[in-house]
Design a protein around this ligand. Structure first.
Ligand code: FNR
Length: 185
């Protein structure tokens, strides 16, 4: 049987009706059988503080273990003030420590940004990619994914607009190929 890669999905919004979370859940259903996507919750992580990390809070330890156990990482994020929402940056910082034992390193990644605005979270997408370079996360270059005008991506029942399905399918298929390429022995 071929390998199934475990993908930790980080969603950069805590909002109950988050469009980004809906996109993350949709990608989980569209993913090919080689990927198993699971959202890693980041809303309860205390704000990163080196002082408290001498005796790490249980939430830090649990998050690092769950992230460490994943084969790959997928980011689905809105843009806040042309950058990454603080909750997502906080999770990135927590996962990057203790120094020398980052949980991110070498996990193949991808970024999809989603916004009701016209430019699809381009600023957040690329600020995030800057951190991923430093964290040694090999990030899929193409297809890029800046989903703009996303206010109507889902109808009132949560159903995806049919016209957007091929794009999301292409993105997750491309990512499956990337994960395979980076991790294959
Ligand atoms: C935003 N929003 C936003 N949108 C955008 O395209 N560029 C931006 O720089 C910002 N800045 C921003 C800052 C803050 C503090 C908030 C709360 C919102 C709007 C944002 O894209 C919108 O609220 C999305 O719906 C958030 O994604 P979720 O929660 O629907 O996944």
């Amino acid at each position: 049987m071929s390998k199934i890669y475990q993908v930790a999905v980080l969603v950069g919004s805590l909002r109950k009706d988050s469009i980004n979370r809906k996109v993350a859940m949709t990608l989980a259903t569209l993913a090919p059988p080689s990927l198993a996507l699971q959202v890693l919750e980041i809303g309860d992580l205390p704000l990163y503080n080196e002082d408290i990390d001498h005796t790490p809070p249980q939430a830090y330890t649990d998050f690092r273990q769950q992230l460490g156990a994943a084969d790959a990482v997928l980011f689905v994020t809105p843009e806040y003030n042309r950058s990454v929402p603080a909750v997502l940056k906080n999770a990135i910082d927590v996962g990057s420590r203790p120094y020398g034992a980052s949980s991110w390193a070498k996990k193949p990644g991808a970024v999809i940004s989603v916004s009701p605005g016209a430019i699809g979270g381009f600023g957040a997408n690329h600020h995030l990619r800057q951190s991923l370079v430093f964290l040694n996360v090999p990030c899929m270059q193409s297809p890029e994914a800046y989903v703009g005008n996303a206010g109507h991506l889902f109808d009132d029942t949560g159903k995806l607009a049919e016209g957007s399905r091929p794009f999301l399918q292409g993105f997750i298929d491309g990512y499956a190929h990337w994960v395979e390429q980076v991790l294959k022995p």
